[in-house]
Design a binder for this molecule. Sequence first.
Ligand SMILES: Nc1cc(-c2ccc3cc[nH]c3c2)n[nH]1
Length: 238
Amino acid sequence: MKFEVLTIFPEIIECYIKHGVLGKALNKGIVEVKVYNLRDFTSDKHKKVDDYPYGGGAGMVMQIEPFYNAIMHLKADEKPRKLVLLSPQGRKFTQKLAQKFMEESKAMVLICGRYEGIDERVKAFVDEEVSIGDYVLSGGELAALVIIDSVVRLIPGALGDELSAVEDSFMKGFLDYPHYTRPEDFKGMKVPEVLLSGDHKKIALWRKRQALKNTLKNRPDLLKNLSPEDMRILKELC
Ligand SMILES: Nc1cc(-c2ccc3cc[nH]c3c2)n[nH]1
């Protein structure tokens, strides 16, 4: 899978992708990330990317021309790609949308604005406008990294042989269960006995109960379409 990122701060993207799961996936060739500096697609000597907003108001707006030039440059190879604009006004990004992007897109262009936002006319050249949450960031780069990270984790082989309980739980519609590792007793804070029992059936049930308990407490909105067994466990918790 290939990600192409348009930004005026390429170093934000380049620094993050070298580490962890993403770094391994890059080294394995499972994923490719190319970062383009929008300033390289300007036509003036000052590499200007923003200007004052028509109609007045605070701050600056990013001009359409660098985005247009960069998108046309990418499209010159005529390969299919999904163009995604990061914005607080976009469609909410979820684990399910990450799965959809992974399954449907061989290549994604992630378009990152800064300042007060970008010229509205850029949206004529994108396929999707996506928000990673109901809060305002200083730019699209962190949102782009969230999308890259969550989509890459879903690519078969990207996580190596580590099972990923986190994806599974989110895909099944609830939060993850609690995790513990050594030491068994930290200043009197002990690991739950069941996790030391070696009884995998009991451990699996305990984990399911804890996941449902956490979800009921923090994200009851996720508790839809539960299986009859999960509903039974949930009812025991209430
Ligand atoms: N979910 C979310 C996206 C953003 C975002 C995206 C692009 C820009 C450009 C300037 N500020 C931005 C903020 N904030 N929150």
